[in-house]
Ligand binder design. Structure first.
Ligand code: ADP
Ligand code: MG
Ligand code: MG
Length: 903
């Protein structure tokens, strides 16, 4: 942390700008940006994330903070012509958290700070509205009590409900000043009993307590969980915004609303938002009263509406992106309270990016930064089959797309419990709140009966890429009895439901799913130019074309057979980076492998190999044909031999039973001996890879012969095979030299036999630390390297993946030892650093060394960027991940210094 003496901890809204998110948080930076754009933002100031860091590290505010806050508060008071909490004419402020990335779990905003028993009268006089003043005061005590003093919020809500019931009214606006005055008294009593202290009457004390609460909220469990999920570093801290109050609860000519500059689900431009008259703050999203569509504001308050439309256009043109907005109208005067580049669905991200290119607001390189591989992957999920017979239960708002099927559960706890035991669940709630986060993560989909596109469920689900339908009003959700009723149909906990986040429809039972149009497009079954191609397919097509045009990394597939290879090719693979040969030894051929392993004499062994040869050759002929003209890297046999033999216990039992029957089976006995002989404590580190080739005579040469003969056959058939032979698990160049010599001899023989001038590249995997450390030597015998980052991760960390992932990885993730499993995203500092140095050493020895990666990391977005950066030639991944790798390779190549935060 910077221990700068002149460090400034407080910035006026006029001093910041949108690029200072690290320091001022997203909310503060954007409030400053709007202020500087000349938009109507209530004046205020922001306390930096640096101040928060000091607080979190030392348990206390930085010494200078108090005075700095005082100075900025003085300036604010001067500007507004009134003092915080001044008895006759109080300045009121809101205290709002705001980290760099918007994050659930941070302290809820406290409005109306500065009100007290004394100043409430001043406010009434100032506004000429006594009801308003008492309404504001009761809100302050309620919010302050709950968020700062930690009082159970339901106690306040229950008291409010009772007050309404006593008066036989249903909405809070029907309570008058006298009712609210009574409520304030009750609220203060609740605070006193629950928090063990009086509600603070000193306005500055209110403000200071709220500021510290914001700092502390950085470390709530919910915030920590979210950060882990979203891979947000734990040490960023949050900023605090102090903003002078404007009032939407001053009567029918006042109100508060939220809006998007475009539809966050489709990307279409239009008027999207909700407005609520005579309301403050969260009322509009809390579902307390019915909101009206934003378009209705035009008839309620034409002047403010027109101004808002104008501002929305200004913001879109300025941010060159979809913005979401919070605003308040105080007696006909419009105020902007927040804006940010808005969250959107994966489909909308692609559409908006191409729309903005067409509008001339952004260029193609920027368009690539507006989408990501995770979103593309999401668009490749299947959808519900429209032709399926369905039983429609109801319909809500399509808040986050996808097709989710699961058992109905009505609380977060059950969602987590059932999903842990392998059940797919749909979390059904009236509405969600941050306490439901665990359940939302565990669920396949989320369904609520209340709330709109901007409700908690909708916003969080979109952020997580989880299917969500919200505001399905026909559903009567009864969480206590764990059931919901829809027009007479009862869905009990455990009943299957299907939720379509793309249409908002909810079905009883399990609806079958069909592939996504994006997959249909990649498969070549739908063309972007076709009449029926939807907007989404067209947008994906355009973005993929940009990516392919700019990317430097080539993308290959991990595929072992012709069928996978053909699909990979349709998805854009430029070769096969890893063809595993082990599956070619399974099934019916297992017996031949058994014979090979059991062979006592050279003759027996050769016979077994001779039987395998034509089978192997045919596999390769098919594969080379499918990938004609493109490179195919074939890896020689890698796994330990016992994988091809029967299970040791099973075999022992079989032999023992046979013995008991005096019915000796010679073959089983020999097999059992072989199994015992080949049994290893740590097969991952045992007799496998190149080691097999060195100790089992003829095994690798048989494979090389099969590859060479297959290639020759393809050339005879006028094909263009580009085979590359890859030796696995090499640790030292000597191993490679021996295998290489033998292989070259076999290739020469095939050349002679067929009279065809075969060219086969020979290379190795780099998957052991020693190989990476001696890459310079190994490159002398290898024409290419393919980084096997799965095994390299296992050996660098000393992790056996199958063992550690199940046993202690959750603990490691929870303790934050790593934010994401190193098997998912490459560990840049450790494994990555070995990759980087091996690339350099290898190229130093052999400048035209071809370099690729064939671990699962080859299809992981973040890892692809890393491989681009260290200068690999290609990544190889499973066929289905190929579009993701193509896109990310394009994004990596097009990345610019001014890149936007895509989070
Ligand atoms: P969040 O991050 O949860 O959106 P905000 O800080 O934006 O929290 O505030 C919550 C609600 O209070 C929003 O509706 C916001 O517009 C409103 N609000 C915040 N500050 C003020 C203010 N100074 N005057 C009026 N309303 C405010
Ligand atoms: Mg807000
Ligand atoms: Mg390996």
């Amino acid at each position: 942390m910077s221990e700068n003496k002149d460090q400034k901890f407080v910035y006026d809204f006029t001093e910041g700008n949108k690029d200072l998110k690290d320091l001022l948080g997203g909310k503060g930076a954007n409030l400053a940006e709007m202020t500087n754009l000349g938009l109507p933002v209530p004046p205020g100031f922001t306390i930096t994330t640096e101040a928060c860091k000091v607080y979190l590290e030392s348990g206390d505010e930085p010494a200078e903070l108090r005075d700095e806050v005082s100075a900025h508060l003085d300036a604010l008071e001067q500007k507004m012509g009134k003092k915080l909490g001044q008895a006759d004419n109080p300045l009121l402020v809101s205290v709002r958290s705001g980290a760099k990335f918007s994050m659930p779990g941070m302290m809820d905003t406290v409005l109306n700070i500065g009100l007290s028993d004394e100043s409430v009268a001043g406010l009434a006089q100032q506004a000429g509205d006594e009801r308003f003043a008492w309404d504001s005061y009761r809100r302050l005590i309620q919010m302050f009590g709950k968020t700062v003093l930690g009082v159970d919020g339901e106690l306040f809500e229950d008291a409010l409900e009772e007050a309404k019931a006593a008066k036989k009214v249903t909405v809070d606006t029907d309570l008058d000043a006298a009712d609210l005055k009574k409520l304030v008294k009750q609220f203060k009593k609740i605070v006193k009993t629950e928090a063990g202290r009086d509600f603070p009457q000193d306005p500055r004390e209110q403000m200071d307590l709220a500021i510290c609460s914001v700092f502390e909220s950085w470390n709530t469990d919910r915030a920590k969980l979210y950060r882990r999920q979203e891979r947000i570093p734990g040490d960023l801290g949050t900023a605090v915004n102090i903003c002078s109050m404007v009032f939407g609860n001053l009567g029918p000519d006042s109100g508060t609303g939220v809006a998007f500059t475009r539809d966050p689900a489709s990307g279409h431009q239009g008027v999207y938002g909700d407005y609520l008259q005579n309301a403050q703050g969260e009322d509009v999203v809390a579902g307390i009263r019915n909101t009206v569509p934003l378009a209705d504001l035009e008839s309620i308050d034409k002047k403010s509406y027109d101004q808002l439309m104008q501002i929305m256009e200004t913001l879109e043109n300025h941010y060159k992106d979809l913005c979401d907005i919070e605003f308040t109208i105080e007696r006909g005067q419009l105020w902007m309270l927040q804006t940010r580049v808005g969250k959107r669905t994966a489909g909308a991200a692609f559409r908006i990016a191409t729309q903005l290119v067409d509008q001339g607001l952004i260029d193609e390189a920027e368009a690539l930064q507006r989408v990501n591989g995770a979103q593309l992957a999401q668009l490749m999920f299947p959808r519900f089959d429209d032709r399926a017979k369905t039983e429609l239960l109801g319909r809500g708002i399509a808040a986050s797309p996808g097709a989710a099927v699961g058992k109905a559960v009505f609380d977060s706890y059950t969602a987590v419990k059932w999903s842990r035991s392998g059940e797919k669940v749909i979390l059904i709630r009236r509405e969600t709140n941050p306490d439901d986060l665990d359940g939302m993560i565990a669920a396949e989909g989320i369904l609520t009966s209340r709330g709109g596109k901007t409700s908690h469920a909708a916003v969080v689900a979109r952020g997580m890429g989880k299917t969500c339908v919200c505001g399905a009003e026909e559903l009567e959700v009864d969480t206590k009895r764990r059931r919901m009723t829809v027009n007479g149909t009862v869905i009990e906990e455990g009943d299957l439901v299907s939720v379509d986040g793309s249409t908002g429809k909810v079905y009883k039972g399990e609806v079958p799913v069909v592939p996504s149009p994006v997959v249909e497009y990649f498969e070549g079954r739908m063309h972007a130019g076709a009449d029926d191609a939807d907007e989404l397919v067209q947008a994906v097509h355009r973005i993929m074309a940009y990516a392919d045009r700019v990317r430097r990394l080539r993308v290959r597939a991990n595929a072992d057979n012709a069928e996978d290879a053909l699909r990979a090719r349709r998805f854009g693979a430029q070769g096969i980076g890893l063809c595993r040969t082990e599956h070619m030894f399974l099934g019916e051929r297992r017996e031949m492998v058994e014979k090979l392993i059991l062979a006592d004499t050279d003759d027996e062994r050769e016979e077994a190999l001779r039987a395998l040869l034509p089978q192997q050759k045919q596999d390769f002929v098919e594969l080379f044909e499918a990938m004609d003209g493109l490179p195919v890297t074939v890896r020689l046999l890698d796994p330990p031999l016992h994988e091809f033999l029967p299970d040791i216990t099973e075999l022992s039992v079989r032999v023992a039973l046979a013995e008991a029957r005096k019915d000796h089976n010679e073959n089983d006995l020999r097999l059992l001996q072989a199994v015992h002989r080949l049994h290893e404590q740590n097969p991952m580190l045992g007799l496998r890879g190149v080691r097999l080739g060195l100790v089992i005579p003829g095994l690798f040469t048989m494979q090389v012969r099969a590859i060479a003969e297959a290639a020759a056959q393809r050339i005879e058939a006028k094909g263009d095979p580009r085979a590359e032979i890859m030796i696995p698990l090499v640790g030292t160049v000597q191993e490679l030299e021996i295998v290489r010599e033998e292989a070259e001899q076999v290739i020469a023989e095939v050349r002679q036999q067929t009279g065809i001038d075969l060219k086969l590249a020979l290379g190795t995997m780099i998957e052991l630390p020693r190989a990476a450390l001696t890459a310079g030597q190994i490159a002398e015998a290898a024409e290419f390297f393919s980084f096997g980052t799965n095994d390299l991760t296992q050996t660098v960390w000393g992790f056996s993946r199958d063992d550690v992932e199940a046993s202690f990885f959750t603990a490691y993730l929870e303790k934050g030892i790593f934010g994401v499993s190193p098997f998912e995203t490459i560990d840049k500092d450790g494994v990555g650093s070995l990759v980087r140095s091996a690339v350099e050493a290898g190229r130093a020895t052999r400048p035209d060394l071809k370099l690729g990666v064939c671990g699962e990391h080859g299809g992981d977005p973040e890892s692809v960027h890393f491989f681009h950066e260290v200068g690999l030639d290609y990544v190889s991944c499973s066929p289905f991940r190929i579009p993701v790798a193509r896109l990310e390779a394009g994004r990596a190549a097009a990345v610019r210094t001014t890149g936007s935060d895509s989070r």
